[in-house]
Design a protein around this ligand. Structure first.
Ligand SMILES: Cc1cc2nc3c(=O)[nH]c(=O)nc-3n(C[C@H](O)[C@H](O)[C@H](O)COP(=O)(O)OP(=O)(O)OC[C@H]3O[C@@H](n4cnc5c(N)ncnc54)[C@H](O)[C@@H]3O)c2cc1C
Length: 380
């Protein structure tokens, strides 16, 4: 009989496996894909933001039930854990923490080697397809297999970037066993904009030095104009409120008051085009184009428009493009040890649980922390 089974070899599942092995359990980790942690490696492509330092860390997670889990394995512990795997880290100006090498692959290689040395067995191309009586049924390269582990940790991920493994196909399998799962929604995602044809030459252009204003919140942020709409960190940071229908406005000159903007505009020469007047304020070509795209008909007094340019978003981009998801196994469906109330001896962790956090290292930190928490509880 399998002693401890972990289904899903992303960061949450591997951390659960590490905790189980440390407690002396014989651990088998299985994953549907041909290799483990594909989303983790993808995250490393643009710089693996592993955690976040700073006093407002806990505030990034609205779900209060996560607090003890994150207190147990928070930013300091994540950094120590990276160093323990031979990966030095550094903290960027915004409090974001990265491995010095930026990529996830050296960290993952070292982690898999350590797990292997601890006796953890990893099998890939094992897809969990549902329950067979009390057993877990799999499609494997050698045909169907049913396992009856003493304890199981599910770490199946959310429901975005399905090609990396997290396809959300597990939802009906748990729901039919009485586990409550909140519907998935995109999180940290881009938004659609119906552009007029003249914007095409700005696709791919970054917008910097602006503030995004949503629901009384005002944050400096950067984003990119794409053929589909807007994407990037500044937009992701506001995505929770925008998903609920809040309006977005841009302050294009966040260091100036509206009066100061008006005063600078008044210095323009007679005969200057609107574009020339805007460029003289230091606005980039793409920002000037956005004013002309969204500000029409342009008012005589441009200052209030430049301080609060309305952004006509037409909805979120599809969930599969989202960095993460909201929704998943609800808190009410879990015990304090992240055991499924409806399925004793089965635990769950990582992005498949119903919590939401911004980008900036908060996602991986919560996946690692819940993996450790569930693994320890399962071992106990
Ligand atoms: C482009 C991109 C960049 C990102 N950058 C960052 C970043 O810099 N910092 C950060 O904090 N977060 C980042 N994230 C988010 C982060 O990668 C995820 O939150 C994290 O990987 C989720 O971990 P997890 O272990 O819960 O799930 P996953 O990493 O999704 O792993 C789940 C695993 O379960 C397996 N699985 C699913 N269903 C089955 C099944 N039926 N049978 C067997 N196996 C199954 C999958 O194959 C997969 O390997 C990024 C995400 C994306 C898409």
């Amino acid at each position: 009989m399998t002693d401890a089974l972990v289904i899903g070899a992303g960061p949450a599942g591997l951390m659960a496996a590490e905790a189980l092995a440390a407690a002396g359990r014989r651990v088998l980790v299985v994953d549907a894909k041909p290799s483990p942690a594909r989303k983790f490696l993808m995250a490393g492509k643009s710089g693996l933001n592993i955690t976040h330092t700073g006093s407002n860390f806990a505030a990034a997670y609205p779900e209060v039930w996560l607090a003890p889990v994150l207190a147990d394995f928070g930013p300091d512990a994540v950094q120590d854990w990276c160093r323990g795997l031979g990966q030095e880290v550094f903290t960027g100006s915004s409090g974001r923490v990265f491995p010095v090498v930026m990529k996830g692959s050296p960290l993952l290689r070292a982690w898999l080697a350590r797990l292997d040395a601890a006796g953890v067995e990893l099998r890939t191309r094992w897809r969990w397809t549902g329950f067979s009586g009390e057993g877990f049924a799999f499609d494997t390269p050698d045909g169907p297999v049913v396992l009856h582990p003493a304890v199981t940790v599910l770490a199946l991920g959310g429901a975005s970037w399905a090609r990396l493994g997290s396809d959300g196909a597990w939802v009906p399998m748990l729901v039919e066993r009485g586990v409550k799962v909140a519907p998935f929604q995109p999180a940290n995602m881009g938004f659609q904009v119906d552009w007029s044809p003249h914007m095409a030459r700005f696709f791919g252009a970054p917008v910097k030095g602006v503030a995004l204003c949503v629901d009384g919140t005002r944050e400096r942020g950067e984003f990119v104009v794409s053929s589909k709409g807007l994407e990037g960190g500044g937009i992701y940071a506001m995505s929770r409120a925008l998903r609920r229908g809040a309006a977005l406005r841009l302050d294009l000159l966040p260091d100036l008051t509206v009066e100061a903007v008006a005063e600078r505009l008044a210095r323009a020469r007679r005969g200057d085009t609107v574009g020339a007047r805007l460029r003289k304020l230091g606005l980039s070509s793409v920002v000037v184009a956005l004013v002309q795209e969204w500000g029409r008909p342009l008012p005589d007094d441009l200052a209030p428009l430049l301080k609060a340019l309305p952004v006509p978003l037409t909805g979120p981009r599809p969930m599969d493009e989202a960095i993460s998801v909201a929704g998943g196994v609800t808190h009410a469906a879990l015990t304090e040890g992240l055991e499924l109330r409806a399925l004793p001896r089965v635990f769950a962790c990582g992005e498949m649980l119903d919590w939401e956090a911004p980008t900036g290292g908060y996602l991986l930190t919560a996946c690692l922390a819940t993996g450790l928490w569930a693994g320890r509880a399962a071992a106990g």
